[in-house]
Design a protein around this ligand. Sequence first.
Ligand code: ADP
Ligand code: ZN
Length: 610
Amino acid sequence: MDDAPENNPLKILKSVYGYDTFRGSQAEIIDHVVGGGDALVLMPTGGGKSLCYQIPSVLREGVGIVVSPLIALMQDQVSALRELGVKAMFVNSSLPAYAAEEIEQQMMAGELDMVYVAPERLVTPRFMGRLAKTKLALFAIDEAHCVSQWGHDFRPEYRQLTVLHEQFPQVPRIALTATADEPTRRDIVERLQLGDAAQFISGFDRPNIQYRVALKKNAHQQLLRFIEAEHAGDAGIVYCMSRRRVEQTADFLNEHGHTALPYHAGLDPGLRQRHQDRFIQEEGLIICATIAFGMGIDKPNVRFVAHLDLPKSMEAYYQETGRAGRDGLASNAWMAYGLSDAGKVRGFIERSEASEQQKRIEHQKLNALLGYCETTDCRRATLLHYFGDQMDAPCGNCDTCLEPVETWDATVAAQKALSCAYRTDQVFGAAYLVDVLLGADQERIGRNGHEDISTFGIGTELTKTQWLSVYRQLVARGLLSVDVEHGSLRLTEKARPVLRGDQTVQLRKDPKPARRDRKSKRGRATVQVELRDDAARELFEALRAKRMQLAKSQGVPPYVVFGDRTLIEMAHHRPQRMDQMADLHGVGAKKLDKYGHAFLEVIASHQSEV
Ligand code: ADP
Ligand code: ZN
């Protein structure tokens, strides 16, 4: 590379992408790869991995080859790059042969900056032969965890990628992933022969995501309140456990005036694809989905991810909530959780085909998740701790930080609750045990002969709701286990010291039913709230409409034209001239040229109206 000023990474960042500074370790990574070194990059979703190979591809002589497992993502990335004026193309099975041929010819002629290619095509002798005739800038291996069986998206073709290193030892390779647990990382290094590569490992934190867990009462109503108070008009994903619940939830939201589409494995594949496309192409759509949805969704302005049912594990929770806020703007991860969920997930695990050992692992993973739901500490700290990251101070951007949980000494209550389960032979569920504790005059209690046991009616100091909360938390802490068939509660080893009085128990006080306080610290996550006043909000809507119109006419998703943050800056700074527009976040030279005037017009016409 030469040292002309327009050819350094920071200049490219500004002139092509319209960004002012590198994030995290981007600058270091880019320097390393531009200098010809191999790299392994672990960065959370939204951290900005793409720039780490895109800028070196532009700067280094030759074509950058990007291996990517998902056709849909390739298309999106390439159209976004072309909008920026980068000469990028993709070749995959969605192209007719003559089109692929033409692109490969351009590649060999050195007319392109970057080519995205699927792994199975890359390793064919034909394509390898063509690479041998191409001047190569680098190989980028995106979603590198696909090489590992430990990872969740194993792709056998990734194993063959070692051939790149063998045939082109001089060409730098950069492998990237957001999945970073230790075994997967080791596997990537070994399988891709990256033993000598520099490792760039960022923490897992997603500071712009606010984590919250609500107690499930009426999940649909709670979801509706959450969306209407904080996310009117925003794009979001609602995860549910079953297909039926996905359908019901989408129906419910539609009945209440929101556009929601179902997505699950039982839908006709064509319809499912259309729903996914609409989610990407349109604004403000809600997808209700089983976990099948999300892979290959790169939409940067998903403003909320809601869980109506428990995810399977902390890993799944992190991955699913991670689809919110890739653009770095404030976003919400909201979950409604209740005791019956835990029983249901246990049931799935028990009934699965997995080996006994695998089941044990899955139960442990579920326990970690329940601990997260019931924590009285900072949620983010709990989440990051699970992945081996430490936080120095509470985050200030999760529900327990914003509204600290009160705890109470529940030792005696726990003893009563546990012995009540014990005295009734550990075959009843929480609802019945609470009735016994309260001495509810029920026929059933009499019939079972439980009026005479020592725990009958000894719990009148707490309400029914409070007792249910005690049982829920004892389950979450592993003092009781739920029988998957009948929901009955059994004591575990951990209950012993509490019953003996050797150990005290602190439980959380469940918050009072949501106060609808508009000024509360919650609900800061919508883009609407980032806008400082009504005038800015109005202008933002007008800019958004223009963006949609431009996107439609070119067949690209709106965020490919400009991201939300760029529109927010336009609404606040109200640029009048092209040079002022160029100063805004996300406005590079090419986009300024292409769209600058259209947006200046919207701003000017708004000015005259005010
Ligand atoms: P990842 O692949 O790690 O999930 P992306 O590369 O898609 O993340 O980047 C996420 C978003 O952040 C994109 O919209 C990208 O343009 C933006 N971005 C990346 N780096 C920067 C930066 N240095 N300054 C501002 N925005 C950035
Ligand atoms: Zn916190």
